[in-house]
Design a protein around this ligand. Structure first.
Ligand SMILES: [Zn+2]
Length: 471
């Protein structure tokens, strides 16, 4: 190996376009803001790719001994939610509630650890109004003729730094009202949108009359409320870099005069069979679509975690089948180890090296694909040693400990316990009684019936366990 490895977590900072050693401002706490869902629809797997990346980041920070203080916002008022609610003929809050609930259920399916805060935009309107007042006072914002309020990007010289915009061709005074727009349209953007009849019942009173906040403003107001004027990490998808995050920086730094965020991390896109996911191509999947096809949250999480977050992830159903096979291999390895139960002994050198390979990969800008390779090298070597009778019981236990340790980050190794259907539990109970009565023929008949349903009975001292057979 030669050179001694110096442990340091390095991340690629979108702001500098370089890898930097991660050094939080107030360790062990790490302030972390992740742009959450716009709750106008069920989130699709492209969205979940970003949320799984952020979960891996959060978990790895915990693994390194940091204490993440994570905020994920819920955008429940913007152009899309208002249009969706109107199309559905529902009040905005009723329309978004359904998708908020679905979102939290989906997070659980994917074993995504909970953030400390999930602020909803509609519950933070006073904070947003206060931020706009500061920007008006400091001369960074102005009223338009229709009583909306815009941020004047010419007043903020650092505008374009995150997205690396060329500001030379900019038309002074050009304005854009939509929440989303392209780089070519960089222009003064709306902080507050005056009410229009298309907004229907959706409006709040403000010192400037009825209206609603712009999307970008929501994230500035809520991140600073929970994390302070400057904090360590801000993440999102690459498509958030412009305009969303560029605008967040402008609003926040113009208002506070201090750097908003130290490290920006952005996750690449997910494509399906090499093509952009779209409903018209028939390659659009929500998490729910995949569960209906019989895949588990664990398998989906595995695929979403398997590529490095800055690489485009090419997703397809075959990758889920491959995940199922890989996880089966990991499960079988753990079962072999568990069969050798003993108190863990001293960690042998080969295992310590495996642990370091995992650590080195993750330290390298969260390189999950390399970390996964390290994990399967460990499984390969462990199986080889088991085959050769070279893995004594205490070493087997130490291996299980390391697998659990790695799974604090990956979160897909521990199989979700599957509960057997009630009628199978009753059959197993009858079989136990038959055995107790030494009625072996009846016991075997029941065992075979259970096996035909794809389950195995494992007799245990205190009764039995029902275990689902591998598909
Ligand atoms: Zn945001």
């Amino acid at each position: 190996m030669g050179k001694r490895y110096i442990m340091a977590f390095k991340i690629f900072n979108t702001l500098s376009r370089q890898q930097e050693v991660f050094t939080p401002t107030r360790p062990p706490t790490v302030g972390m803001y992740t742009c959450g869902p716009t709750v106008y629809n069920y989130a699709h797997i492209g969205n979940f790719r970003a949320y799984v990346f952020e979960d891996l980041l959060r978990r790895y920070l915990g693994y390194l001994g940091y204490q993440p203080r994570q905020v994920m916002n819920l955008t429940d008022v913007d152009d899309k939610t208002i249009r969706g609610a109107q199309a559905a003929g529902l009040p905005l809050d009723e329309y978004t509630r359904k998708f908020k609930d679905a979102f939290f259920a989906d997070l659980q399916t994917l074993n995504i650890a909970r953030a400390e805060f999930y602020p909803a935009a509609t519950e933070h309107i006073p904070e947003m109004i206060a931020l706009i007042e500061t920007l008006l006072d400091k001369g960074f914002a102005y009223h338009s003729a229709d009583h909306s309020i815009y941020f004047e990007i010419n007043r903020f010289p650092a505008y374009g730094r995150l997205a690396h915009l060329d500001m030379a061709g900019l038309k002074p005074g050009a304005r854009i009202a939509q929440d989303e727009y392209q780089k070519e349209n960089a222009a003064d953007f709306a902080l507050w949108k005056a009410w229009t009849p298309e907004d229907g019942e959706v409006f709040w009173d403000s010192p400037w009359g009825r209206g609603r906040p712009g999307w970008h403003l929501e994230c500035s107001a809520m991140s600073m409320k929970y994390l302070g004027a400057g904090f360590d990490l801000h993440t999102g998808g690459m498509d958030n870099i412009f305009p969303h995050h560029e605008d967040e920086i402008a609003q926040s730094e113009a208002a506070t005069g201090v750097p908003f965020v130290t490290y920006w991390m952005h996750c690449a896109h997910l494509v399906v069979d090499g093509r952009k996911m779209s409903k018209s191509l028939g390659n659009f999947y929500t998490l729910r679509d995949l569960l209906e096809r019989g895949y588990s949250g664990r398998e989906i999480r595995y695929v979403l975690a398997s590529a490095h977050y800055r690489q485009t992830l090419n997703f397809n159903l075959a990758s889920l089948d491959a995940a199922r096979a890989a996880l089966r291999r990991a499960d079988e390895f753990r079962e072999r180890l568990a069969a050798q139960a003993a108190a863990p002994g001293k960690t042998p050198a080969w295992l310590e090296e495996a642990r370091m390979s995992f650590r080195r990969a993750m330290d390298d800008d969260l390189n999950t694909s390399m970390a996964l390779a390290a994990l399967f090298d460990l499984i390969h070597e462990g199986n080889r040693r088991l085959d050769a009778g070279e893995l004594p019981a205490p070493e087997a236990a130490a291996t299980l400990t390391i697998l659990d340790d790695i799974d604090r980050v990956f979160g897909f190794l521990a199989p979700a316990p599957e509960t057997a259907p009630e009628d199978l539990v009753q059959m197993a109970e009858e079989r136990r009684r038959a055995r107790a009565a030494r009625n072996w023929a009846e016991a075997d008949r029941l065992r075979d019936m259970i096996a035909a349903r794809g389950w195995t009975i494992q007799d245990a001292a205190d009764g039995f366990k029902l275990k689902r057979n591998a598909p």
